[in-house]
Design a protein around this ligand. Structure first.
Ligand SMILES: NC(=O)c1ccc[n+]([C@@H]2O[C@H](COP(=O)([O-])OP(=O)(O)OC[C@H]3O[C@@H](n4cnc5c(N)ncnc54)[C@H](OP(=O)(O)O)[C@@H]3O)[C@@H](O)[C@H]2O)c1
Length: 234
């Protein structure tokens, strides 16, 4: 059975991806940081999936997590880089700490998780990496400069690593538009109104795109698939 590690898999989109992969026959490994209770619930629903806790701001903790994955599970076929941070802030007020808060998880951790996963995947010669980017990495959102820059970085990282890790290991990205989970703000309603599909997307629709890349051959690599109801076309 192929093992896929999903980061930030306790709740929301990460949880939905983990559940979907489990139902499709993959062995899922659940990463979480603070949401231990929810992570245990997700793991139970994924056939008592193994749990890995790490603060992804720390490269040491990332390396430790991948060592644990190898020790406990033997090999790794897939990685879904889902964990991220999202903050609204006027660009004229963004501080160094705000910048690092977003980039340390969204871009730096995504890179080092790719690196550590690829080192494991190289041992078998095959692997699939799916980075969860964002429509914000494609379209400029003025109140989210640091977030948009981090996700644009994820898209370029996807392309660079697709070249660097081929053949055998594919690297692709999914860029969600507005995905409804809970507690949506009024401005999200404005984005939903602007979405050609006329609605927000679902966690299941994001999971579908992730599953496509995991199931695809290594001939599909370096791609970013927007799951956004057409919003990136406006
Ligand atoms: N929701 C949307 O509409 C939307 C739109 C576009 C793109 N996306 C992207 O889709 C992905 C999932 O979105 P979401 O809204 O479901 O995410 P989320 O709930 O904001 O965050 C997912 C998880 O990231 C983990 N995380 C954050 N900082 C971490 C750190 N320092 N170390 C380890 N884990 C950390 C958290 O784990 P713990 O809770 O365990 O601490 C959290 O549960 C993200 O990459 C996001 O940028 C979402």
């Amino acid at each position: 059975m192929k093992t896929i590690l999903v980061t930030g898999a306790a709740k929301r989109i990460g949880r939905g991806i983990a559940l979907r992969l489990h139902h499709e026959g993959y062995r899922v490994a659940i990463h979480y940081q603070t949401s231990e209770k929810e992570a245990r619930e997700t793991a139970a629903e994924c056939g008592n999936a193994p749990l890995f806790r790490a603060d992804l701001e720390s490269v040491d903790e990332i390396q430790r997590m991948f060592h644990q994955v190898e020790e406990q599970l033997g090999s790794l076929y897939g990685l879904v880089n889902n964990a991220a941070r999202f903050r609204r802030k006027d660009p004229l007020e963004i501080t160094e700490a705000d910048w690092d808060f977003i980039h340390n998880v969204n871009l730096k951790a995504t890179f080092f998780c790719c690196q550590q996963a690829a080192l494991l995947m190289k041992k078998t010669g095959a692997g699939r990496i799916v980075n969860i980017a964002s429509l914000g990495g494609i379209r400029p959102w003025p109140a989210y400069a640091h977030y948009c820059a981090s996700k644009a970085g994820v898209i370029m990282l996807t392309r660079v690593l697709a070249k660097a890790l081929a053949p055998g290991i594919s690297v692709n990205a999914v860029a969600p538009g507005v995905i409804l989970s809970s507690g949506q703000e009024p401005r999200v309603q404005d984005m939903i109104a602007a979405t050609p599909a006329g609605r927000s997307g679902t966690v299941e629709e994001v999971a579908d795109a992730v599953l496509y890349f995991l199931n695809a051959t290594d001939f599909v690599t370096g791609q970013t698939l927007a799951v956004d109801g057409g919003l990136s076309q406006r």
